[in-house]
Design a protein around this ligand. Structure first.
Ligand code: BT5
Length: 247
């Protein structure tokens, strides 16, 4: 078997579809839909993309030892694909799962473990990238967002972008198999916010300000607050976009 790229016209959620096909797909296979009508974000939130405007893409990883490694592979693949598709785009990775341009979200990642026989059989990691939404589409979202069209005035075709992302995932997944530490090191380096003072928000709304001092080996954020190091797992906190350092 070999990794395959499946592209369909329409599905509820590419993560759900890839999970359903999990047992039949080889490591590195990807599932993409031109229209996703019930996209999912983290913690039950919704991912909203008008038909034909966005990349809705999920990858199946069967050999990752930790779920955040799958997110790291797809984030690095997407950063490279975006930077080569639109040179000069100031896109950066915002821990734990987002790509931002300035204070606006361009893409979000949802990684979900697949459990079989009581153990982790793999991870489905999905990314939604805003390609052709206009300002009107984006203004309907409840958080500041951007698209490649808003950033550049150019329209992007979904299928070639899917192929580019697929190719990069294969390359990085191969590196991961040989030397996982190289992928983790690249991902740590891509965490552009390390060293910056940020405000984080807990699910209960509580806020904490500190310096993002680094990332623990398990992917947790280390925040230095008044000289003490506080650690946050990705489900426990989100960085307030208003505190991002980029203009
Ligand atoms: C995420 O969740 O950012 C993960 C999004 C993952 C979407 C992909 S698309 C392919 C695959 N299939 C799926 O069903 N999902 C994955 P979270 O950090 O929880 O952010 C969700 C929040 O982002 C929402 O509550 C909105 O505020 C905002 N949002 C929704 N749609 C957006 C969009 N198109 N662009 C920017 N922000 C959006």
């Amino acid at each position: 078997m070999a990794a395959e790229l499946i592209i369909v016209e329409r599905t509820a959620s590419t993560n759900t579809a890839a999970r359903q096909l999990f047992d039949t797909l080889d490591d590195g296979s990807c599932f993409c839909a031109l229209e996703q009508y019930s996209g999912r974000g983290r913690l039950g939130r919704k991912w909203v993309t008008p038909p034909g405007t966005a990349l809705c893409f999920s990858a199946v990883f069967k050999d990752v030892t930790q779920a955040f490694h799958a997110g790291a592979i797809i984030a690095l693949a997407a950063l490279d694909m975006l930077k080569t598709s639109l040179p000069g785009l100031q896109v950066f990775f915002k821990w734990p799962n987002d790509l931002y341009v300035g204070k606006n979200k361009l893409a979000g990642i949802l990684s979900e473990g697949v459990i079989s026989g009581g153990k982790l059989a793999g991870v489905v990691s999905g990314i939604g990238i805003n390609l052709n939404q206009n300002r009107d589409d984006l203004s309907k979202l409840d958080n500041p967002a951007t698209s490649l069209f808003v950033e550049s005035g150019c329209r992007f075709e979904t299928v070639p972008m899917c192929q580019k992302l697929f190719d990069r995932i294969q390359m990085l997944n191969e590196v991961y198999h040989r030397a996982p530490e190289q992928i983790i090191a690249k991902w740590q380096k891509a965490n552009a916010l390390i060293g910056h003072t940020l405000e984080v928000i807990r699910p209960d709304g509580a806020r904490l300000t500190g310096i993002f001092s680094g990332i623990a080996p398990d992917g947790a954020m280390l925040l230095s607050v008044n000289g003490a190091t506080v650690r946050f797992d990705c489900g426990d906190v989100k960085i307030d976009p208003a505190s991002l350092p980029h203009a």
